[in-house]
Ligand binder design. Structure first.
Ligand SMILES: CCCCCCCC/C=C\C/C=C/C(=O)SCCNC(=O)CCNC(=O)[C@H](O)C(C)(C)COP(=O)(O)OP(=O)(O)OC[C@H]1O[C@@H](n2cnc3c(N)ncnc32)[C@H](O)[C@@H]1OP(=O)(O)O
Ligand SMILES: Cc1cc2nc3c(=O)[nH]c(=O)nc-3n(C[C@H](O)[C@H](O)[C@H](O)COP(=O)(O)OP(=O)(O)OC[C@H]3O[C@@H](n4cnc5c(N)ncnc54)[C@H](O)[C@@H]3O)c2cc1C
Length: 675
């Protein structure tokens, strides 16, 4: 038996796909260890996949696209119950990475009745509840004795938290908070799993004590009777209806009618209200935004994974789809041979790797900040907020674009739900909106960049933090790309730094200039905001390139290093071309240098071509996790598309009731009128 570098090879697979795998130059298990940050975790993912493969009760009973929303929720609840019961046989206790993989395999990306419980409810209690409160609620939440969500957004306000309408008014006499929804627009609207599943929520409401508004605070609120699951008195609650995707999750609405909770239900790890109404403020005004920062930090990896789902599907399919000829004397080629197809897919493969490496760094920083904040040190909160605001925006934007490119790369079959592309797109694109609409979050990063630009302009560059230190550095007069005998990544990084620095300083100049001309600060800010957001994007894209460079430098295995270096070359050349206006406008890069960049791009498209399938196989997604006929590991696409179509609910009978009821009479009357 031959041992191939690509571990996805099996006998009986589509030979076109096997041929791709045979050309792979690196070990896909070793690459998976890079993607998932450790050999141990990559191995555990495979073990978990194998365990699930052997347990048919954990498999989908039919393809998701053939189920109604109600069926999907029932099916998801069935599997959720099973994995809860057998969790310790499948994953290590409390291992969130393993849990994430188990969920993706068994439950899928469309959500499930306890999605928000794990992603926001438990993180909110962990970071914001006092030890006493944690003893009361956190253990029960972890044991799944209660199901919770995070209820912040309202019908009228999601972005502007200071203007939420839900109030929590302290009643000193009874030592209770009175939660109230004064208007329709004050209804909580959107929280995941609020509609039908949760019996508790961490609710964000404006806190009023003795007539004074203390702004948004977080409260632990019982919503439904623990035994009957009926809404408690004073609570109006339900599902907000079907969405573009993510429909297994029951996003909900919630209203309070003078609903009373004890004072001790205010989450009090960092903030306190004493029985007499005395307010003890937290060490940082935004400390209670931690559940949002948790998701923003982790969603970078989540988005990279969804982008990679789409790229795995499109790259495998492109290797078995033959159409047209390049050399007319030769047979039809795999569509992956077309340079346009490679140009559509490979730069996004590079981006997916770049995103997952950046995501890993972000989670590390998040964990550090979480530990520091627990001891009262809030010094890195602003840096984390700026970084995650930029990354969630840039990564979710390019993820959605990449998935759409991957769908189009699959031609007509990409439009069928058999590809699963529409669901992947629909779920991923939600990330552009949730956890802060992308424009809004880019503007949050811009505040940080403008402050940094001020330091540079006032000669205080030494005070710049490591994420923005480059803003204080001097640029070369022109880029050295193609001007040194061995153009390396350093020249590219310096070019990206130059571009981001120039845009940041220019946008800040515009903002300060408008204020000098007499505009009020918020007006000047609004008039500069497109330019400011450009700066935020360029800064974030620089960070992503640097994270990629850092990772490639760390890799020891020469085969992995070579292919990752190829991907990095592709990435830097593609990114630079994509932002070439910025590079050209001050002459930092010349058009002849851009010709070099273009040639490099085409060179690396061709160099990556033999490794394309191995690069997507390295993510090691099982067929169950991908849920795509086009993306099957074995490449047997056509017979399975036919089987899928035959299984469609519409094909259960030859003649549909709608035909009997309407079409037949319509045709009959048309025929009769002709007589
Ligand atoms: C496990 C991984 C898998 C992931 C998959 C997830 C799938 C789950 C699907 C969906 C879940 C979705 C959940 C949600 O969407 S929950 C609701 C999220 N809502 C938002 O994100 C709202 C966005 N708005 C805000 O965050 C804020 O309103 C704001 C940041 C835009 C402004 O806040 P506000 O208090 O009004 O601002 P101020 O003007 O008073 O202050 C600005 C000041 O504060 C600093 N700051 C803001 N936030 C933070 C923070 N978190 N940490 C540190 N500092 C913060 C900000 O930097 C400003 O500072 P300044 O410039 O020095 O003044
Ligand atoms: C799939 C999904 C799941 C969600 N889950 C939850 C959840 O579990 N819990 C929860 O509480 N919420 C949840 N949400 C709500 C989500 O967090 C909000 O929708 C999001 O924060 C955006 O707020 P908004 O809807 O008020 O948008 P808006 O603020 O109304 O945005 C509309 C437009 O206005 C622009 N805009 C708004 N303010 C500014 C500004 N200051 N400067 C410039 N432009 C601005 C935006 O850029 C956007 O273009 C979810 C949403 C989705 C889609």
């Amino acid at each position: 038996m031959v041992h191939h570098q690509n571990k996805a090879i099996r006998e009986g697979d589509n030979p076109d796909l096997t041929a791709e795998r045979v050309t792979g130059t690196f070990d896909t298990h070793s690459m998976a260890a890079q993607i998932y940050n450790s050999e141990a975790h990559a191995r555990r993912r495979r073990e978990i996949t194998e365990i699930i493969a052997k347990r048919p009760e954990l498999h989908d009973t039919k393809p998701f696209p053939f189920m109604t929303r109600e069926e999907k929720i029932l099916e998801s609840s069935r599997k959720l119950t099973l994995i809860t019961k057998h969790m310790n046989e499948i994953i290590e206790p409390n291992n969130s990475n393993e849990m994430f993989h188990l969920n993706n395999e068994v439950l899928g990306i469309e959500g499930h009745p306890m999605a928000l419980h794990g992603i926001m409810f438990i993180p909110a209690l962990t970071a914001q509840a006092s030890e006493e409160q944690q003893k009361k609620w956190l253990t029960r939440a972890i044991n799944r004795e209660i199901v919770g969500t995070y209820a912040q957004t309202e019908l009228g306000h999601g972005t502007n938290l200071q203007n939420l309408e839900t109030t929590a008014t302290y009643d000193v006499a009874t030592q209770e908070f009175v939660l109230h929804t004064p208007t329709i627009t004050g209804l909580k609207w959107w929280p995941g799993n609020l509609g039908k599943s949760s019996n508790y929520a961490v609710v964000v409401a404006l806190m009023f004590i003795k007539g004074k508004n203390y702004g948004p605070h977080t409260f632990m609120v019982p919503l439904r009777d623990e035994k009957t699951h009926q809404p408690l008195k004073g609570i109006t609650i339900g599902d907000i209806g079907p969405k573009i995707a993510y429909n297994v999750t029951d996003n909900g609405f919630l209203g309070f009618d003078h609903y009373r909770i004890p004072r001790t239900n205010l989450l009090m790890r960092h903030t306190r209200v004493e029985p007499d109404g005395t307010y003890v403020k937290p060490p940082h005004a935004k400390i209670n935004y931690s559940a949002m920062v948790h998701v923003r930090s982790h969603m970078i990896t989540g988005q990279a994974i969804m982008l990679s789902y789409a790229l795995t599907i499109a790259t495998r399919y492109s290797s078995v789809r033959r159409q047209g000829q390049i050399d007319t004397t030769q047979p039809e080629v795999k569509v992956l041979e077309y340079q346009t197809q490679q140009h559509r897919l490979f730069p996004y493969i590079a981006r997916a790797y770049a995103f997952v490496f950046a995501g890993a760094e972000t989670v590390k920083l998040y964990e550090r900040v979480l530990e520091e904040v627990a001891t009262g040190n809030v010094s890195l909160m602003a840096d984390l907020h700026a970084l995650t605001s930029g990354l969630k925006s840039v990564v979710s934007h390019y993820t959605a674009q990449g998935i759409e490119q991957a769908r189009m790369a699959c031609g007509g079959h990409g439009y069928s739900q058999a590809s699963y592309m529409s669901e992947i797109f629909g779920v991923a694109v939600g990330g552009c909106t949730y956890e802060g609409e992308n424009m809004v979050m880019l503007l949050q990063l811009a505040r940080y960049l403008v402050k940094s630009a001020s330091l540079v302009k006032t000669g205080q560059s030494s005070k710049l933090g490591p994420l923005v230190a480059y803003l204080g550095a001097k640029s070369d007069s022109t880029s050295l790309i193609d001007r040194t005998p061995t153009t390396g990544f350093a020249e590219y990084v310096k070019t990206f730094q130059h571009i981001a620095r120039r845009q940041t300083l220019k946008a800040a100049d515009k903002f300060f200039g408008l204020m000098e001309k007499g505009e009020k600060r918020p007006i000047a800010w609004n008039k500069s905001s497109v330019e400011l957001n450009r700066a935020s994007r360029l800064h974030t894209r620089l960070y992503i390139v640097e994270a990629f460079v850092r990772r490639v430098e760390e890799v020891a295995d020469p085969r992995l290093k070579e292919v990752l270096t190829d991907l990095l070359h592709l990435h830097v050349n593609y990114e630079l071309l994509d932002m070439s206006t910025y590079a050209l406008e001050d002459g930092f890069v010349s058009s002849s240098q851009l010709d070099y960049v273009r040639d490099q791009l085409y060179f690396y498209l061709a160099k990556i071509r033999p490794n394309a399938v191995s690069l997507v196989d390295s993510w090691e997604f099982s067929d169950q996790e991908l849920r795509s006929v086009l993306g099957r590991r074995d490449g047997h696409v056509y017979e399975n598309l036919f089987a899928w179509a035959k299984a469609s609910p519409l094909n259960k009978t030859d003649v549909l009731p709608s035909v009997d009821k309407y079409l037949k009479p319509l045709m009959e009357s048309a025929r009769a009128s002709k007589l």
